[in-house]
Design a protein around this ligand. Structure first.
Ligand code: ADP
Ligand code: MG
Length: 364
């Protein structure tokens, strides 16, 4: 029994595979040797700054662009020769792109009609989709009679109506204001859970990526520079680039005398010699990543390193306070601490702060 199960897992065909794809536009390498795979039912997010190649990858998957090198496989089969409409993909973009003259129901039914679903089955499916996106009463309206958020939910319903093998979403919440974005994020999570669809989601918003994804793929200048579950990528960014994009960690210069031993760096913080996780292969250009929440103004119960610091500023942020510190050991540091730790603290005073070395990391 056990053998059968492990074999099934080992041979499960990924829903989507990118195998070393590259795309050039003249001198620009928009996508540079990207490989990754998406498991069945997985929610994968492409996170990267504008121009990092996210949309181009999506277009290649959808069939609107071809790649210069590499292969795209959907459920195991190479799709190079398949036109977009034969790829069994649902798509949602930033600008809702609904048909303005059609009712909401007809928008959702569009793909079903093209696939020649019989009218009765089509109507049932449209109703099911309207309920899925919580718009059951609004099937008769036209897109113009809906808010931006509602239009985007119709776009999701339309994309899912034909039960695509894969749902691609390119900055679908980009045009919406913050409150609505948070609402729709929840909605997208719920829809993903209830349908089990496989999703590739594109965003430049790290909070969105962290909140939604099973895994995040970080893009930088056309390359894939990080790929992992949100919590792992956040706590253990492979590079200072990923740390900067995904977290607010302090990235300080390595203290003199830092030595690398494989995955461990040995370095001095103040008086103490500590061993810290490391992904760097050389000290040149490497940084010490110190998460803001790894710094405390009161001695924590576990192991910690204590350094002297001057309080340069205290900013009340509602649920926590931000404290700007100047240290001799590590230079300027920003700490996020519970409000009560800042009671009786004043700007300009010198105090001891405590750093948890287990949450720090040396990155290249
Ligand atoms: P992102 O979606 O991450 O913002 P894109 O995939 O749209 O990035 O673009 C990646 C790079 O490719 C950018 O430098 C962009 O200017 C370039 N690019 C994208 N599409 C074209 C095109 N049709 N012609 C020329 N350059 C393009
Ligand atoms: Mg884009």
């Amino acid at each position: 029994m056990t053998v059968t199960i492990s074999q099934t897992r080992a041979t499960a065909v990924p829903r989507l595979e990118l195998d070393r794809i590259t795309k050039r536009y003249g001198q620009v390498i928009a996508v540079d040797d990207v490989s990754l795979s998406l498991a069945d039912g997985e929610f994968l997010t492409f996170l990267g700054q504008s121009g990092s190649g996210k949309t181009t990858v999506l277009k290649i998957v959808a069939g609107f662009e071809s790649c210069d090198d590499g292969a795209v496989r959907i459920a195991g089969s190479d799709v190079a020769r398949k036109p977009p409409r034969e790829r069994d993909i649902g798509m949602v973009f930033q600008n809702y792109a609904l048909f303005p003259h059609m009712s909401v129901a007809d928008n959702i039914a569009y793909g079903l009609r093209r696939r020649k679903w019989p009218a009765q089955r089509r109507r049932a499916r449209v109703q099911e989709m309207l309920e899925l996106v919580h718009l059951a009463e609004l099937g008769g309206r036209t897109p113009r009679e809906l808010s931006g958020g509602q239009q985007q939910r119709v776009a999701v319903a339309r994309a899912l109506a034909c039960e695509p093998q894969l749902l691609l979403m390119d900055e679908p919440l980009g045009a919406l204001d913050r409150a609505l974005r948070l609402d729709l994020e929840q909605e997208i999570r719920r829809i993903h859970r209830s349908t089990g669809c496989s999703v590739v989601y594109v965003t430049h918003d790290r909070d969105e990526a962290l909140a939604l994804s099973d895994r995040i793929a970080v893009f930088h200048a056309g390359r894939l520079v990080g790929l992992d579950a949100p919590a792992r990528l956040y706590e253990r960014p492979p590079t200072s680039y990923v740390a900067r994009l995904l977290t607010d960690a302090n990235l300080t210069a390595l203290p003199d005398g830092t030595a690398l031993h494989g995955e461990v760096a040995e370095l001095s913080i103040g008086e103490r010699r500590v061993r810290i996780r490391s992904t760097a292969t050389q000290t040149t250009g490497a940084r010490l990543a110190v998460p803001r929440t790894a710094i405390s103004l009161q001695p924590p119960p576990g192991d910690h390193v204590t350094v002297e610091a001057r309080v340069n500023d205290i900013v009340f942020l509602g649920e926590h306070a931000r404290v700007d510190l100047g240290t001799t050991a590590l230079g300027a540091l920003i700490a996020h601490v519970p409000i009560h730790q800042t009671d009786d603290r004043t700007v300009g005073e010198t105090l001891h702060v405590h750093i948890d070395p287990a949450r720090c990391q040396v990155v290249i």
